[in-house]
Each structure stands twice: as structure tokens, then as C-alpha cells.
Design a protein around this ligand. Structure first.
Ligand SMILES: [Zn+2]
Ligand SMILES: [Zn+2]
Ligand SMILES: [Zn+2]
Length: 349
């Protein structure tokens, strides 16, 4: 089977991580970027905003004040979705009405004191500080007896529901594994049992050999538009070495994680010359105090934009009720991302 057959014929593709299918309809848009690329106004951003609840020294809801931090800064979310000590609840009614307690800790982590600096425009040493912050949080929260999983994620842009442009992430520690993690862990475990190897190590090798969907890489990480990508410019960031978590990364790998994040987000911003919205997050081993040789550190980027800075993909209709579908092929998306300049459009002379 060759890739040419998939280029203009509607078909379906399998996601081995979630074990779900997606539908690809490349015949609908033979030339996906023929439409006008609209440039939206780049907001005038200031390094410090007196009204921002994340900037150093500012007041937050509930009266707390941020310290005058100079690197990264983590605090418990003032509007936490989960609480560390909620009242115990339980309901089990005929296998139909089921409910139970969910314990959690929700934190916010600022990448930088600068209100206007986003990942693509931060320096590699500044990004290293963010990586160190993630590792510290993973170790701190993950070592608690009741915490089974630590989810680190970033919502970027108003389109993804992020109301504040100050660069920050969220860290949610939970007493149960989240749904997506349950699925991926089960798939990776079953694959490891069947093949005596790691699903993502094998996939990494395959994508490296084929060179059809690789967007960028460095010595320790590779970013690919996965064969089964659902969002138009979805990417998967993979550690080249089999490590179960960010805490297992060695010194130079920690630097290079910052570097690869800068590479991929710069390409994203350059695509439509806007601050490209996305949800991204790391998947790594659960912290349930079990052994997880099947886990392989990776990150998913799920950006909603389709053809321009203002046209987004919606998951509606058949996608809500049936199977998700995409138009441009993952290969075409990878080619497009790969061809972009590596210097951020706002930093060009
Ligand atoms: Zn701010
Ligand atoms: Zn692996
Ligand atoms: Zn994953």
C-alpha cells in the first residue's frame, strides 16, 4: 500500500493510542490553502499588565498577592475545579446512576514573569525553567499517596477558552486516571504484551524511516503530524529515548525539550502569522505507585485552526454522533508546517 492511494480517496485511519478510527476526506479540498489567508491584527502586548492576575506583584481573586517572581511561579488555582479534601459521596443505582468522590489538586504555573512572552518567543534557558517547574510539580504531586495521575497542560488563546494571554499552564493532580490516559495506557500495555516492544518507540522509528509526516526534531525529540491526526494541524511530540516521565529526562534532554517546544510553536505561529491557539499537554506514566514500563513520554498539540487565523474546525454533526473527520491529509499538514520559517514572524527584521 502506498501513500499516493490515500492522497485523494476518502478513507479511514486507525489511532492505535485511543483505538478509534477517524475519517479522512482529502477529495473535498484538493488545495486546502487556496482560500485567502487572513491576517488578524496582532494584539499590542505589554511586558507587564497591572490588571493581570498572573503578573508579578499583582493581586489575585480572593486577595492573595503574587510574589515579585523573576522566573516561574506556581500557585493553587483560586477557582479550582477539584478539591484536595472534598466530602465523600457515593451513588450506585442499578448500574445506571453512578457517582463517586473525585479528589484533586489544581495548580496554575506561570512560564515567565513577562506578560507578553509566549513559548515560541521565550529563550531556550527560559524554557528550561518551565521544564524544571513541570518536573518539580510532577515529583511533588505524583509522590502523594492518593495522587494517581498528574496532568500538565496549556490552553493557549481565547479560542481554547484561555482568558488570560499571560503564558501559563495548568497542573491537575487527580485520585483517578483521566479517560484519555486510561485508553492510551491500555493500548500501550496491550501492544507491549503482543509485540514485546513499546508502541511509541516503534512508531517513532517508523515515522523517522518514512519521513512523510515529521515536522521538526532535535537530538532527543521528534514532532510528527500523526498518521491518525484528527485536528487539521495536530502534532505528537515524542521523546526519542524511552522514558516514562519528564522526571526521567537527563540534563541535556531537559534543555532540548524546551528547544523542541520553541520549534514547534514557532512554526504554529508562523502558519497564519498569529498567536496560534491550541490545547497541549503531556502524557506520561501514572503516579499510582505501580510499575509502568509501557508508558512513553509524549505530548499532544490539538490546535483548532483550519484554513486561516479565523476559520476553525468544528466537531459537529457526524463527528459528534459518529466518527470524527478531517479534510486535508496529515501528510499535507506536515508538509505545510515543515516548510515554514524557523524564526518567529514577530522577531523578523
Ligand atoms: Zn500578566
Ligand atoms: Zn517507548
Ligand atoms: Zn497521549
Amino acid at each position: 500500500m502506498n501513500l499516493d492511494q490515500l492522497k485523494d480517496t476518502p478513507h479511514r485511519r486507525f489511532n492505535p493510542l485511543t483505538r478509534e478510527w477517524i475519517v479522512v476526506s482529502p477529495h473535498r479540498t484538493q488545495r486546502p490553502w487556496q482560500g485567502k489567508v487572513e491576517k488578524t491584527q496582532v494584539e499590542d502586548s505589554v511586558p507587564y499588565d497591572p490588571d493581570c492576575y498572573l503578573c508579578p506583584g499583582n493581586a489575585r481573586a480572593g486577595g492573595a498577592h503574587n510574589p515579585r517572581y523573576s522566573s516561574t511561579f506556581v500557585f493553587e488555582n483560586d477557582y479550582a475545579a477539584l478539591l484536595p479534601n472534598p466530602a465523600e459521596v457515593a451513588m450506585e443505582h442499578d448500574d445506571l446512576l453512578l457517582a463517586g468522590t473525585e479528589r484533586g489538586i489544581c495548580r496554575v504555573g506561570c512560564f515567565s514573569p513577562r506578560h507578553d512572552l509566549t513559548i515560541p518567543r521565550m529563550s531556550v534557558p527560559e524554557l528550561r525553567s518551565a521544564v524544571d517547574m513541570w518536573i518539580e510539580q510532577f515529583n511533588d504531586l505524583g509522590s502523594r499517596e492518593w495522587v494517581q495521575h498528574v496532568q500538565i497542560f496549556e490552553n493557549r488563546g481565547a479560542m481554547m477558552g484561555a482568558s488570560n494571554p499571560h503564558p501559563h499552564c495548568q497542573i491537575w493532580a487527580t485520585a483517578h486516571l483521566p479517560n484519555q490516559v486510561i485508553r492510551e495506557q491500555a493500548a500501550m500495555k496491550e501492544y507491549a504484551g503482543k509485540h514485546r516492544s513499546c508502541l511509541l518507540c516503534d512508531y517513532l522509528r517508523l515515522e523517522g524511516d518514512l519521513s512523510q509526516r515529521v515536522v521538526c526534531e532535535n537530538d532527543c525529540f521528534l514532532v510528527v503530524v500523526p498518521f491518525w491526526a484528527l485536528w487539521p494541524f495536530e502534532t505528537l511530540l515524542l521523546s526519542k529515548r524511552h522514558v516514562e516521565s519528564i522526571a526521567d529526562l537527563e540534563n541535556n534532554e531537559r534543555d532540548l525539550l524546551g528547544e523542541i517546544l520553541k520549534q514547534i510553536t514557532t512554526r504554529y505561529d508562523n502558519l497564519f502569522e498569529v498567536a496560534f491557539p491550541y490545547s497541549m499537554g503531556f502524557h506520561q506514566r501514572p503516579t499510582d505507585h505501580q510499575h509502568h514500563p509501557e508508558s512513553h513520554l509524549h505530548a499532544h498539540f490539538y490546535p483548532p485552526l483550519l484554513r486561516s487565523a479565523t476559520i476553525q474546525k468544528f466537531m459537529v454533526g457526524f463527528e459528534m454522533l459518529g466518527t470524527p473527520q478531517r479534510d486535508i491529509t496529515p501528510e499535507a499538514a506536515a508538509e505545510r508546517l515543515q516548510s515554514l520559517p524557523q524564526v518567529h514572524f514577530r522577531d523578523r527584521a
